[in-house]
Design a protein around this ligand. Structure first.
Ligand code: PMV
Length: 318
C-alpha cells in the first residue's frame, strides 16, 4: 500500500491575467488530498472518503458509480491510471477540499495520484516530472486553457510566482480565512469569458491584466515585511479589477464586503476563476474569529488556512 498527499492552493494575486502570461502569486495551503493505492487483483476500484462530504466508490471494471459527484474526481484518476498503464488496483481518495471551488482540488488529486501510483510501481519521479505529468493530465481532462499554477503548487508547495515560468519564492506563512460561497464554478467557461473579452477589447483588458501583474509583484515585499495593512489594500484592488473583468458574483461580493466590513479584514478578494467558488480574506485587528462570524452571517462557509505549506509527499508504506 502506498500513500501520497498534496496540498490545495489559493491564488493570492493574478488569476486570469496569468493565462495571458502576466505574473501571478499563489500559495499552497494546509488542506490536503490524500491518495492511497493498493493491489487489487482483477479490478480497478476508485473510492473516496470525504469529497464534498459525500463518499463514493467507482468500480471501473463494472462501471458501477455511486454518486454523480464521483465523475469529477474519477476522470482525473482514470487519466493517471491510463498514463501509467495500471490495472488490478484500488485507489482511495481522502480530500479535505471542496470540489470546483477554486482551491485546486483536482490538481492535488492528480498530483497525489501521480506520486502514489508511480511510487507504488517502483518509479522514482522527480518533483519536476510529477509537476509536468500532472499539468499535462489535468489540462487534458479539463480540455481547456490553463496555467500550471494549481499542479505546480500541489507539487512544490510553498509560494510560487508564475508568469512564463515557475519561480519559487521564500515567504513567511500567512494565516488567511477562506469563504466558500457553496456555488460551484466552472474554470473553463470563466477563462474563456475573460479571454474573449480581451480579444474584443484588448486596449481595455490588457491594462487591467498589466495592473494585476504589478499587484502580484508589489505584494511580495509586503508579505516578507509582514505589512498586512498594505497587502490587504492590494487584495481589494485586485478584487475590483476581477469585478471589472466580470468574474465576480453577488455571492462573492457579499462575502468580500462582509469580510472587510463587519469582519474587519485588512483586505479580501475572490480566489481562482470566480463566478462562484471561494474568496480569501486577510484578518485585521478584529482577529480571525470576528472574520469567520461575519462570513458565516453573509451565508458563506468560512475556514482558516495557512499559506506556504509543504508540497506533495509520500506518506510511506503503511
Ligand atoms: O479555479 P481555479 O482555482 O482552477 O483557478 C483558475 C485560475 C485561472 O487563472 C483563472 C486559470 C488558470 O489556469 O490559471
Amino acid at each position: 500500500m502506498t500513500t501520497a498527499s498534496a496540498p490545495g492552493k489559493i491564488i493570492l494575486f493574478g488569476e486570469h491575467a496569468v493565462v495571458s502570461g502576466v505574473t501571478a502569486l499563489g500559495g499552497a495551503i494546509d488542506l490536503r488530498a490524500k491518495v492511497t493505492v493498493q493491489d487489487l487483483s482483477g479490478s480497478v476500484l476508485i473510492k473516496t472518503k470525504e469529497l464534498t462530504l459525500q463518499g463514493f466508490s467507482l468500480d471501473l471494471t463494472s462501471g458501477r458509480l455511486e454518486s454523480a459527484q464521483a465523475a469529477h474526481a474519477t476522470r482525473y484518476i482514470s487519466a493517471v491510471l491510463r498514463e501509467f498503464d495500471v490495472k488490478d488496483i484500488q485507489v482511495c481518495i481522502d480530500s479535505s477540499l471542496p470540489l470546483a471551488a477554486g482551491l485546486g482540488s483536482s490538481a492535488c488529486i492528480v498530483v497525489a495520484a501521480v506520486a502514489a501510483i508511480s511510487a507504488h510501481h517502483g518509479l522514482c519521479l522527480s518533483l519536476r516530472e510529477i509537476a509536468e505529468i500532472s499539468y499535462r493530465l489535468e489540462k487534458k481532462v479539463q480540455q481547456g486553457l490553463g496555467s500550471p499554477m494549481d499542479t505546480a503548487l500541489a507539487t512544490y508547495g510553498g509560494y510560487l510566482q508564475i508568469s512564463q515560468d515557475i519561480k519559487p519564492i521564500d515567504l513567511p506563512p500567512l494565516e488567511m480565512v477562506v469563504g466558500y460561497t457553496k456555488m460551484p464554478h466552472d474554470t473553463k467557461s470563466e477563462v474563456e469569458k475573460v479571454q474573449d473579452l480581451k480579444k474584443r477589447y484588448f486596449d481595455l483588458v490588457d491594462p487591467i491584466f498589466q495592473a494585476i501583474g504589478a499587484l502580484s509583484e508589489k505584494a511580495v515585499p509586503l508579505i516578507r515585511e509582514h505589512n498586512h495593512a498594505d497587502l490587504g489594500r492590494l487584495m481589494n484592488v485586485n478584487h475590483g479589477l476581477l469585478m471589472a473583468l466580470g468574474v465576480s458574483s453577488r455571492e462573492l461580493d457579499e462575502l468580500v464586503y462582509a469580510a472587510t466590513g463587519a469582519g474587519g479584514a485588512f483586505g479580501a478578494k475572490l480566489t481562482g476563476a470566480g463566478g462562484g467558488g471561494c474568496m480569501i480574506a486577510l484578518p485585521g485587528h478584529a482577529g480571525v474569529d470576528a472574520l469567520m462570524v461575519a462570513l458565516r452571517q453573509a451565508r458563506g462557509v468560512p475556514f482558516k488556512v495557512v499559506t506556504g505549506c509543504e508540497g506533495v509527499r509520500l506518506e510511506g508504506d503503511l
